[in-house]
Design a protein around this ligand. Structure first.
Ligand code: ATP
Ligand code: MG
Length: 384
């Protein structure tokens, strides 16, 4: 194994530090292991490391200083594991939002520890593509609000997570993300698929247009319809693989058609934000589409039902929709034609133009929920 690989443990509990060390030595990774009870001293060591170390930070008791340390460590390495004997979700969610990649409950189980170290060794400096999430906004009916949701969700997610979020326009023939955001990106999906799939991460990142001073990166749809016609399902699969190495979150907008490319996108998505509105034809159509998802054996929780243009006083109640669709509604986005049109016309997101509107709040809260639920999924992996 690489000999410039090092592990640094920050833990004020003597016993658990020693246990961790004993396990790590038992695995016989060719790694230097350094233990610190004083977190500041450990931080100094991390700053001086030549290679990026894997860092274990114990956050039991949730002392404020632990979170400050995570923020500082994040500037030097992304390989951060938090440990804790307190499983309260809030502190773990906070640590993960600050940049911790894994959570290891105490007492530490040898197998969990081995798996985590293995993942970090394999991953090298790249983004872990198993923790990266593809979230696709879909509806089998056009004009329901897919692009509106994809654009606003992506930006709010970039703001809450402070991590890189890709916004990818896979509405290959009629994409309009660049119009929604008033962008003129130099490259597009078809160029990336044909030329950049095997290139280094930095090259791939350069094909995206960074949106203002945010961590949202936009990849536009092909400029000509002929280019979109030559894109195949296999190429979509390769594109996703490449994107997962660079972005922890990938938000996809697509067309309403069900064709081989669309099915590939839906199959490979981790989550489908399945969008509908409250009217009978739309709900009937949704039912058909959910049946299709069932027949494709999508796992539980992959499909999240989003109600767009929701109005409190609608005759059709949310409970009726849930009964008809046989699933809970994940989120409701209020109807606010004025704010949405204003934002589309000016080529910005709703939070930029109307930050206190009900719809800007709804997108912000949706992004927080998405980020919390993803963190919760990561934590659940380790629960018995
Ligand atoms: N929550 C909302 N409140 C009011 N109007 C909305 C809302 N969401 C979307 N709209 C309106 O609906 C129209 C269609 O939205 P959008 O373009 O996002 O849909 P789409 O599903 O991406 O359409 P397409 O299938 O053509 O790609 C927009 O002009 C927008 O003004
Ligand atoms: Mg659209």
């Amino acid at each position: 194994m690489e000999n410039n690989f090092s592990i640094i443990v920050l833990d004020s509990n003597d016993n658990s530090r020693e246990v961790l060390k004993a396990y790590l030595e038992e695995f016989r990774f060719d790694a230097e292991i350094k233990l610190f009870s004083d977190y500041r001293e450990g931080l100094k060591e991390i700053k001086e490391s030549t290679a990026k170390p894997v860092v274990f930070i114990d956050i039991t008791n949730c002392d404020e200083k632990y979170f400050e340390i995570i923020e500082e460590v994040k500037l030097f390495t992304s390989k951060i594991v938090v440990t804790s004997s307190d499983y309260s979700t809030n502190s773990i969610v906070r640590a993960m939002r600050l940049g911790a990649k894994e959570f290891l409950p105490k007492p530490v189980l040898k197998d969990d520890l081995k798996r985590i170290i293995g993942v970090f060794i394999q991953r090298g400096e790249e983004q872990d593509d198993t923790s990266s999430k593809i979230i696709t906004v879909y509806s089998n009916k056009g004009g329901i609000g897919k692009t509106t949701i994809a654009v606003n969700l992506a930006l709010e997610l970039a703001k809450v997570t402070k991590d890189k979020v890709a916004l990818v326009d896979l509405n290959l023939q009629l994409g309009d993300i660049s119009t929604f955001l008033n962008l003129n990106p130099p490259f597009d999906v078809s160029y990336v698929i044909k030329n950049l799939i095997d290139k280094k991460d930095e090259t791939l990142l350069q094909a995206f247009e960074k949106y203002k001073e945010t961590s949202m990166y936009v990849l536009a749809d092909p400029s000509y319809i002929e280019q979109s016609e030559s894109i195949t399902p296999n190429q979509i699969s390769d594109l996703f693989k490449a994107l997962k190495k660079v972005f922890p979150y990938i938000i996809v907008d697509m067309s309403s058609n069900i064709d081989p490319n669309s099915l590939k996108i839906l199959d490979l998505s981790d989550w489908i934000m399945f969008t509908t509105i409250v009217n009978i034809p739309a709900i009937r159509n949704s039912q058909r589409c959910l049946n299709l998802f069932k027949s494709r054996r999508y796992p539980d929780n992959k499909v999240k039902i989003i109600i767009n243009r929701y109005m409190e006083n609608d005759e059709i109640k949310i409970e009726d929709i849930e009964t008809t669709l046989g699933d809970k509604v994940y989120w409701k986005i209020p109807n606010n034609y004025f704010s949405i049109m204003d934002s589309i016309n000016k080529g910005v997101t709703v939070s930029e133009i109307n930050p206190n509107s009900n719809i800007a709040n709804s997108f912000r809260e949706l992004a927080s929920k998405v980020s919390d639920d993803i963190v919760e999924m990561t934590i659940t992996k380790y629960r018995i």
